[in-house]
Write a protein that binds this ligand. Structure first.
Ligand SMILES: O=C(O)CCC(=O)C(=O)O
Ligand SMILES: [Fe+2]
Length: 344
């Protein structure tokens, strides 16, 4: 595995088998990636390819609807991160134009009498569906089946990450119980051929906020990961069926900055429509994260005080929001900014 290369593709099937040497190899590879830039890719997981394709087909149908239909479920009509976000709603990189992407946010369907909703826990509330969309029942069934499959995969990936720190595979059990997570379905139209590459972004350079992200890309490239050793942006070419896995800011803090939450961005220069579906796993909002075992030398203090998952993720939101505010005050944005909600 060379260092300055796009995230390696690891065969995750070893996790489900009983070949101890293969398991050990997987754990070692994942550890190396977590230490380097917190990015790797996996094949050999247990998410059925038919389910992956079904969810992609369904979100393509959604994004193909007329703008005024999609606008009926705008995300800024609620405070719990559900619904549709128009093109140009986010700026994730200071000094760039608003992101050329539209999104649909789906999560656990939390009723209004659930304690998470009553206590306004992180991103918790009912899903917002476009009930008039043709085939909406299939759309709901497929996206929610996929959402649950992503929770299961997140738990499995965390079991491997636990072992990279010489912890029991079940170490993250309480953290993953009653966890909050968001499925963000994304569509990036092709960037205009004459767009200024210095400021035009599908999604500006950012790090993710939660614990881990599991990203499925369709067939069109555009995702790039920053490589600090060579100061380059490396393309992450889509591999059919694979997941790009990356650690978020909350995990980096939890690991005392031993494991990395790394910059990445999307620029869609392919001339084609690009679709991707990241799943952001935050964890149980009340779980307290404090320096994980084996993440500091003996006698070395923890860099950060204990904090809940909810506080950790919200502090990333606030920093990102502040960055977007600075941009809007100092630049005449070429695309109207309709929402200031920042979610990554
Ligand atoms: O679309 C992609 O490939 C990346 C999306 C991403 O980084 C994000 O939504 O945080
Ligand atoms: Fe991201």
């Amino acid at each position: 595995m060379t260092i300055a290369s796009a995230p390696p593709i690891l065969d995750f099937s070893a996790f489900y088998g009983d070949d101890e040497a293969a398991k050990e190899k997987l754990i070692n590879e994942v550890r190396e990636c977590c230490l380097h830039n917190g990015f790797f890719q996996i094949t050999g997981h247990q998410v059925p390819e038919e389910l992956q394709q079904a969810v992609l087909n369904n979100i393509k149908r959604f994004f193909a609807l007329p703008q005024e239909e999609k606008d009926k479920i705008l995300k800024d009509k609620n405070t719990w991160n559900r619904g549709y976000e128009k093109i140009g709603s986010q700026i994730l990189e200071v000094g760039t134009a608003p992101d050329l992407k539209e999104g649909l946010y789906i999560g656990e369907d939390i009723s209004k009498d659930h304690p998470y909703f009553v206590h306004k826990k992180l991103n918790s509330g009912p899903n917002v569906w476009l009930e008039t969309m043709p085939g909406i029942d299939e759309f709901k069934a497929v996206t929610m089946a996929y959402y649950q499959a992503m929770h299961a995969l997140a738990r499995d990936v965390l079991a491997v990450i636990a072992q990279t720190l010489d912890l029991d595979p079940s170490y993250f059990k309480d953290f993953t119980t009653d966890a909050v997570a968001t499925l963000r379905c994304l569509h990036y139209p092709p960037q205009p051929a004459d767009s200024d590459e210095k400021i035009s972004r599908g999604i500006g350079a950012h790090t993710d906020f939660g614990a881990i992200t599991l990203l499925m890309q369709d067939e069109v490239d555009g995702l790039q990961v920053y490589e600090k050793t060579t100061n380059e942006w490396l393309d992450v070419a889509p591999t059919r069926g694979a997941y790009v896995v990356n650690l978020g800011n909350a995990f980096m803090r939890w690991s005392n900055d031993r494991y990395i939450s790394n910059l990445h961005r999307v620029i869609n220069k392919s001339g084609k429509e690009r679709y991707s579906i990241p799943f952001f796993f935050s964890g149980n909002p009340d779980y307290i994260i404090e320096c994980l075992p084996n993440c500091r030398e003996q006698g070395q203090p923890a860099k950060y005080p204990p904090i809940t998952v909810e506080e950790a993720v919200k502090s990333s939101y606030q920093q990102s929001y502040a960055a977007a505010e600075v941009f809007k005050k100092t630049t005449a944005a070429p695309v109207a900014v309709s929402s200031t909600a920042i979610v990554a």
